[in-house]
Design a protein around this ligand. Structure first.
Ligand code: SF4
Ligand code: SF4
Length: 538
């Protein structure tokens, strides 16, 4: 009987020897620690999704709708016609194996069905059986499989063991993006009510209140007021953080974890300090109070529904452009889907920094700029007075969050900022950073406690690279620009590399920032004692 709470020394004993069970056998064991619990009926009801009911993945009877098979096959047909990439990815894999050992879940679990090529094969085999002549005629000889309830359970198990990180696609000579296959797989499962609560609860909250945490407008205002008060205590400066202010130049949209989570909140204080210091005219929106979008982990239709509020609020408030905070999947949606799903945003202007005059041409279509792009531009134009020694208690490395790195190419700006605000910075090995970065292991809605073992397995390659710089250079802080990372990397590092903490890039900016008229700082944004240097008051 496997230990439900394995220690690191047990978990690191990974068996890469295939079990001998044929790949076509779909049976899976829903073992505690390796899967996520089902979505609550109330959340399906909020979102108008089919088949709300009480069930769990370990139940023998999943209470599927009577016509579940026809629903899935019709759904596949519709998506094969609608998404050219889906049909292409079903047809062109040559099984070269270049992706096989690139997935963190395979590396951490040794389960062959966590090889990206095999994950895709789970759905491709059904595609062959029902949508190709060879599969219809030759069946298993052509790699085709019948669609059965066990196949549905297998899909659920493995499509919720993929964080849609896209690392595998970097290595595929054909550019097959297994994340997109997982997205379609999850979308199909949603048609028959097979979904997980950790995805649908935030999505339902977001649909109802505009943010994942379900915070209502008065709660949002309270948190903002609290942050403004706390920043004043720390810096001696009272900043103005307005909500729903019509006519502001910029709408600021951040992940909601930034105003409640730890360590996210310190990043939030960093934004407030920075934007005040350079005199930016911005407002938050109480409705577009979330940049994150768990629709990405549900369906394309849900992405669109949850994203629509951002342009709608930008229009209502009459801003010129939108500035976005530190988040991962938020940027995948904003960069790759928002403009075509809910745009064109022709009522907005091409973003121009009011401080430096830089015109962000790359944001010409979305009208949305990442706060790291904005801050890197400020530093480049010498608009910030920075004292990196205020971050001297940290020896820093940078984790490229999958979506900002691979989905939008945000590689240099965070590094440029970190080198400007910290004195000690060390990169992890090059095959673990930038486009080749390893996922936290808990993205795409898999960051639940019930899934803890699989999260620790999936996060092992990331943690291993952190361990390398921790042991070699004494790194004690992992900086990142993703709200999910900030929630999931602390337990991962506590498990695999105790002694390394996690922070957002703008927390370190906020620490280093010398604010005009500020009091002598005695603590950093975490309230930890700070040794003030002469540079601060020169
Ligand atoms: S690298 Fe691409 S072509 Fe090769 S097995 Fe993987 S998905 Fe198929
Ligand atoms: S997208 Fe990421 S998690 Fe999914 S199969 Fe590829 S490497 Fe693995």
């Amino acid at each position: 009987m496997p230990n439900p709470n394995p220690k690191p020394e047990e978990l690191v004993q990974i068996d890469y020897q295939p079990s001998g069970k044929g790949w076509a056998d779909p049976t899976v064991e829903f073992r505690k620690g390796t899967f996520c619990y089902s979505a609550l009926p109330k959340n399906l009801n909020y979102l108008g999704l089919p088949n709300p009911r009480e069930w769990q993945p370990f139940d023998a009877d999943w209470k599927l709708p009577a016509d579940w098979k026809r629903t899935i096959l019709n759904g596949m047909k519709e998506r094969l016609e609608k998404f050219r990439s889906f049909r292409l990815f079903m047809d062109i894999c040559v099984r070269c194996g270049a992706c096989a050992d690139k997935c963190h879940f395979y590396i951490g679990s040794g389960d062959p069905k966590n090889m990206p090529v095999m994950r895709a094969e789970l759905i491709r085999s059904v595609y062959r059986r029902y949508f190709t002549a060879a599969g219809r005629l030759l069946g298993p000889l052509a790699g085709a499989r019948e669609l059965t309830e066990d196949v549905i359970k297998e899909w659920f198990y493995y499509f919720y063991q993929c964080t849609e990180c896209r690392r595998c696609s970097v290595f595929c000579p054909y550019g097959i993006d297994t994340a997109e296959i997982t997205m379609i797989g999850r979308e199909l499962l949603n048609l028959i009510g097979c979904n997980i609560n950790w995805v649908l609860e935030p999505a339902a909250n977001c649909f109802r209140t505009g943010n994942h945490l379900g915070i209502q407008p008065h709660g949002f205002k309270d948190s903002l007021d609290f942050a403004v008060d706390e920043l004043e205590e720390l810096t001696g400066i009272r900043v103005d953080a307005s909500i729903n202010r019509k006519g502001a130049e910029i709408l600021l949209v951040v992940p909601s974890a930034d105003y409640f989570g730890t360590p996210h909140y310190y990043t939030f204080l960093g934004y407030l300090a920075l934007l005040h210091e350079v005199g930016v005219d911005y407002t938050f929106s109480a409705f577009a109070s979330e940049g994150g979008n768990f629709g990405l982990f549900t369906s394309h239709e849900m992405i669109k529904r949850l994203n629509a509020k951002i342009y709608a609020e930008a229009k209502r408030l009459g801003v010129k452009w939108i500035l976005g905070g530190e988040c991962g999947h938020m940027w995948r949606v904003l960069h790759q889907y928002m403009d075509t799903m809910n745009g064109p945003a022709d009522f907005l202007e091409v973003p121009v920094s009011p401080v430096t005059g830089t015109r962000f041409e790359h944001a010409r279509s979305t009208k949305m700029v990442h706060i790291c792009e904005f801050t890197a531009d400020l530093i480049h134009h010498a608009k910030l007075n920075l004292d990196p020694s205020r971050n001297d208690r940290w020896n820093v490395t940078f984790h490229d969050s999958c979506n900002p790195a691979r989905a939008m190419g945000l590689l240099e700006e965070p590094r440029y900022i970190l080198r400007s605000v910290c004195n000690r910075f060390h990169e992890m090995p090059e095959n673990t950073i930038r486009e080749q970065t390893f996922c936290c292991g808990s993205g795409s809605g898999l960051g639940t406690d019930e899934n803890f073992e699989m999260r620790m397995r999936g996060g092992l390659p990331r943690a291993n690279a952190v361990r390398y710089v921790h042991d070699k250079y004494g790194v004690n802080l992992l900086a990142c620009v993703c709200a999910i990372d900030k929630a999931t990397l602390p337990p991962l590092l506590e498990y695999w590399v105790p002694g390394v903490e996690v922070a957002g890039v703008h927390e370190l900016v906020g620490n280093a920032l010398i604010m005009k008229g500020g009091k002598q700082r005695t603590t950093d944004l975490r309230g930890e004692p700070l040794v003030e240097t002469e540079a601060a008051h020169a």
